[in-house]
Design a protein around this ligand. Structure first.
Ligand code: UD1
Ligand code: CA
Length: 453
């Protein structure tokens, strides 16, 4: 059996003027991933191995993202923005190489699901020449309208070109359109720009396909899935939908969210079964929380791993490279960066642990700071297993503390400490009996003299 070749084309060259931003529109993130990255991910999950992405000039960051999310893809620069059909033709070299199925998607519709993409492909496989994804719009303003007669999609009319009657139609064009591979280029090249905006409209392919007697069909989906982003209000709408989907998926996978609407996920957050997440927690990119962990309120995570049955927070901050083994405890106002925390180790209060290894079952007292930075470089602090670091200790890196070490509270430790040693790095205590009374008498006299009594 020969495999069907599938070529998705993602349009992403638009400037997104209404975003009022120096960042290209499709690079604005939803769930910490640029919008176009979501489209590419959905394509990958629907079996695509590559895409042809139409970009604007000088969009290097976009080209890099494409290479990361769907390697093997190609980018094609559209220098003048003359409309969606013109944009699609920028990918002509990819189409000329031949593909059985060609599908156009817009990079500013980040909520599209793999199932819809698969359904469109299935309709092509079942004999349609052109397939359009449509939806019932609550407010169709601004969308192209699907004109259907006798069950056949005959044309798509843009808002600006539509008659009074056509504007009443609520069945709208999502922007996702697919073609039998052999037909796409010829149809696209025959699209003109004789319309209200003087643009080459991709949706005009439908009328042209009808004129050639081709089979045009539709797939319908929810408005939510194909909602596009033209400004930052719509961006926040998409973010809200994305977050809701993440919360639902997490809960259905066995995660308890005490106040789901206050927990925020990244596109790649992985949370295992029987994790409990309290209120107001933010998961940035690259976070894994293993089973049975307990995440307390107001904690913030980025690039971190939380081991099985560990507790974190309230008010903890785990930054990139924080790697907690099982049963560890990270408490309030603790910041961990690029540090491994051994099994059963505790850092319970007000500490900064950065560029460090903390051995299993060690206890790091309140207010302990690893001084990892000297203004030029970052240095490592290694603490062995079963060690006890007293409160308010300052560990000046590079530094090594062995296993079973005791650090007296308030120490400044600058030199290596061997296994099972007690280290005291602070001024010794001095007591002068009765001197407190003498001191008070002296201060009182000085004050009275100054005020002239
Ligand atoms: C388009 C459709 C409309 C549909 C709506 C769905 C056309 C003419 N109209 O309208 O039927 O209901 O989407 O959201 O296609 N782009 C380029 N180069 C260009 C023009 C656009 O790359 O020259 C890209 C944009 O970056 C964007 C996408 O194409 O990702 C859609 O363009 P946009 O201008 O937003 O089209 P709409 O007016 O929303
Ligand atoms: Ca749009």
């Amino acid at each position: 059996m020969t495999q069907t070749t599938f070529l998705p084309i993602v349009l992403a060259a638009g400037l997104g003027t209404r975003m009022r931003s120096t960042l290209p529109k499709v690079l604005h993130p939803v769930g910490q991933l640029p919008m176009v990255g979501h489209v590419l991910k959905a394509l990958r999950n629907a079996g695509a191995e590559r895409a042809a992405v139409v970009v604007g000039p000088q969009m290097e960051a976009l080209e890099q993202l494409v290479a990361e999310v769907l390697p093997g893809s190609t980018c094609h620069v559209q220098t003048e923005r003359l409309g969606t059909a013109h944009a699609t033709l920028a990918a002509a070299p990819a189409m000329e190489a031949g593909a059985d199925e060609i599908m156009v998607l817009y990079g500013d519709c980040p909520l599209v699901q793999p199932e819809t993409i698969k359904e469109v492909r299935a309709q092509l496989a079942a004999g349609s020449d052109v397939v359009v994804v449509g939806f019932e719009a609550e407010n169709p303003h601004g969308y192209g309208r699907l004109l259907v007669s006798d069950g056949q999609l005959t044309a798509i009319r843009e808002e600006k070109d539509a008659s009074e009657a056509e504007r009443k139609v609520t069945l709208c064009n999502s922007g996702i359109m697919a073609f039998k591979g052999t037909l796409a280029l010829e149809l696209l090249k025959s699209i003109g720009n004789d319309n209200a905006q003087g643009e080459y409209y991709l949706p005009d392919a439908v009328e042209l396909a009808n004129a050639r007697g081709l089979k045009v069909s539709t797939v319908s989906t929810d408005e939510e899935e194909v909602q596009g982003v033209n400004n930052r209000l719509q961006l926040s709408d998409c973010e809200a939908v994305f977050q809701r989907r993440c919360r639902e998926a997490a809960m259905l996978n066995g995660v308890t969210l005490l106040a789901p609407e206050t927990v925020f996920f990244s596109h790649d957050t992985l949370i295992e079964q029987d994790v409990v997440v309290e209120q107001n927690v933010v998961f940035g990119p690259g976070v894994t929380v293993k089973s049975g962990a307990f995440i307390r309120a107001f904690s913030h995570f980025e690039g971190a791993v939380v081991g099985e049955a560990s507790t974190v927070g309230p008010y903890a901050r785990l930054r990139p490279g924080a790697d907690l083994s099982a049963n560890s405890h990270i408490g309030n106002f603790v910041e961990i960066k690029k540090a491994t925390i051994g099994e059963g180790a505790k850092v319970n209060h007000l500490s900064y642990i950065g560029d460090a290894h903390v051995g299993a079952k060690s206890n790091i007292g309140a207010g302990t700071i690893t001084c990892n930075y000297d203004g030029f470089g970052k240095h490592l602090t290694e603490i062995g297993a079963g060690s006890f670091v007293g409160s308010n200790s300052t560990l000046v890196a590079p530094l090594k503390l062995g296993d079973g070490v005791y650090v007296a509270a308030g120490s400044v430790v600058t030199k290596e400490v061997t296994d099972n040693s007690l280290v005291i790095g602070r001024a010794g205590q001095v007591e002068k009996t009765g001197r407190a009374d003498l001191l008070r008498a002296r201060f009182k006299a000085a004050k009275e003299k100054a005020s002239g009594k």
